[in-house]
Design a protein around this ligand. Structure first.
Ligand SMILES: Cc1cc2nc3c(=O)[nH]c(=O)nc-3n(C[C@H](O)[C@H](O)[C@H](O)COP(=O)(O)OP(=O)(O)OC[C@H]3O[C@@H](n4cnc5c(N)ncnc54)[C@H](O)[C@@H]3O)c2cc1C
Length: 451
């Protein structure tokens, strides 16, 4: 076994965070990434930690589970949160980033860390005799997927979709207008409003539109979609009004010029700092590209929209983690192998980074033969780890951060859901400060030892 070094496979959200955290504890890291030589169907750029679909990392509010997870990560010294804060774009109550700046920030930090050595190569099997963090994501390349499936004897999957992006210049702003729901933030969203006749026409076209065929390898699989990233056409087929309670919800949106409210509204969120690109919020789709142009072109304001990227759908593979993983994300029957990221059944950018945080710290402590850090279930990062390692293995499903998985409060809180969530957040952040003190001490020891 190599002394004082670990291998991290995959420089995505989880892999970069894992590598950074391990290096922060004075451990050498070999980070293997198959880009730019080979790319998955969803990855485009050569940089690390690429955001493949939305540029939003969801809520920034600590009384929201995702917001709380971010604040915990920020306080504990997360690289991904540092990158978020340095590349943030305006998005009301959400944390959205300029995806190019975000990835560049992380790539530069990783490449200039003297303890991290980057190997640009595809890893085809789980390495022997080293401590490794496998963080190759939902689109892990075929040979490695096969090796993992062979080793575990089973695998799970679902389908995930991405939303289209259009150019700002091509949006007809005489029909669309800037505003935020309930006036939150600085009118950051572009809103395309519809009356009931326009909605009925659009709805019919959407449910009748032609879907793209699946890749050959995916054809035999029954389509199971993740509820949080469901294609808009699949959601529409659930009922005529479903979209009006989902991505086309009109409540809280008022035209600032006329004071009008609408039957349905499509919102577009800024993609980059310059505001030259916008994505259709909640419009992840699996329609054929010409159908996307035709049907989404029926949205008022998007009649002549230039599609900079069309929506796509991909298979997403994940492990039956409760069967195989411990709470520190290492394998129960082989403690030198850790998994991290979306492939462990955490769902989402920040959740993936959080599992990488935990796996990176614990892989580093393992190589140093020190006791691991188990994040308590009263923190959102610990609640995610607990869910992944002990959720029901017979019907395990990927999960976003949510307050349903955090440890219950010891006392009753009056004032409803909001007050309860605030109490969860207060308890979690108090706990987080204690864990941060432990991590800071470990980091200090590492610096003293290396100097
Ligand atoms: C189409 C699509 C849309 C999505 N949309 C969203 C969204 O809008 N919001 C959201 O929160 N999440 C979304 N997700 C989920 C998203 O993938 C995760 O949130 C996040 O990117 C997972 O991080 P990760 O580090 O686990 O994997 P990734 O970020 O995918 O990183 C994995 C890395 O491993 C590399 N790699 C793969 N195989 C190998 C190999 N054999 N050897 C070496 N390197 C390898 C890849 O090139 C990649 O860089 C989407 C996923 C897909 C597929």
């Amino acid at each position: 076994m190599e002394e004082n070094s670990i291998h991290v496979i995959g420089a995505g959200l989880a892999g970069c965070e894992a590598a950074w955290q391990a290096a922060g504890l004075g451990v050498r890291v070999v980070l293997h990434e198959m880009k730019p030589k080979k790319k998955t169907a969803a990855h485009r750029s050569d940089s690390f930690a690429e955001l493949v679909c939305s540029n939003s990392l969801r809520s920034a509010d600590v009384t929201n589970a995702s917001g709380l997870l971010k604040e915990e990560m920020r306080r504990m010294g997360s690289l991904i949160m540092e990158a978020c804060d340095s590349s943030r774009v305006a998005a009301g109550g959400a944390l959205a980033v300029d995806r190019v700046k975000f990835s560049e920030y992380i790539t530069n930090k990783i490449k200039s860390n003297p303890l991290i050595c980057v190997e640009e190569e595809e890893v085809r099997r789980i390495p022997d005799d080293v401590i490794a963090v496998v963080a190759t994501g939902p689109l892990t390349s075929e040979p490695l997927s096969e090796d993992i499936a062979h080793r575990l004897g089973d695998g799970l999957y679902f389908f995930d979709a991405a939303a289209p992006i259009v150019s700002f210049d091509s949006i007809d702003m005489t029909k669309a207008f800037f505003a935020s729901r309930y006036g939150k933030g600085d009118a950051d969203y572009i809103n395309c409003p519809m009356n009931s006749e326009e909605y009925a026409r659009f709805y019919r076209a959407l449910v009748d539109a032609e879907e793209a065929p699946l890749h050959d390898a995916d054809k035999d699989l029954k389509i199971k979609v993740f509820e949080g990233c469901m294609p808009v056409e699949v959601m529409a087929k659930r009922g005529e009004d479903t979209l009006r309670f989902g991505p086309m919800k009109p409540v809280g949106i008022t035209n600032p010029k006329t004071g009008e409210t609408y039957y349905a509204v499509v919102q577009l969120r800024r993609e980059n700092d310059d505001g030259t690109m916008y994505n259709l919020v909640g419009f992840q789709t699996h329609l054929k590209f010409p159908e996307q142009k035709r049907v989404f072109g029926m949205i008022p304001g998007l009649e002549n929209a230039e599609f900079l990227r069309y929506g796509v759908m991909h298979r997403n593979t994940f492990l039956n983690s409760p069967k195989y993983l411990s709470q520190d994300y290492s394998m129960r029957d082989d403690e030198r192998i850790f998994f991290a990221g979306q492939m462990t059944g955490v769902e989402g950018y920040i959740e993936s980074a959080a599992s990488g945080f935990s796996a990176g710290i614990n892989a580093a402590l393992r190589v140093k033969k020190k006791e691991g850090v188990v994040f308590p279930r009263t923190m959102m990062i610990g609640a995610m780890a607990h869910y992944v390692s002990s959720g029901g293995e017979n019907d395990f499903q990927p999960m976003n951060a949510n307050f349903g998985i955090i440890a219950s409060l010891e006392h009753k809180v009056k004032g409803g859901k909001r007050a309860r969530y605030a109490a969860y957040a207060e308890r979690a952040l108090a706990e987080c400060d204690k864990v941060r003190a432990v991590l800071d001490e470990l980091r200090r020891e590492a610096v003293d030892l290396n100097s």
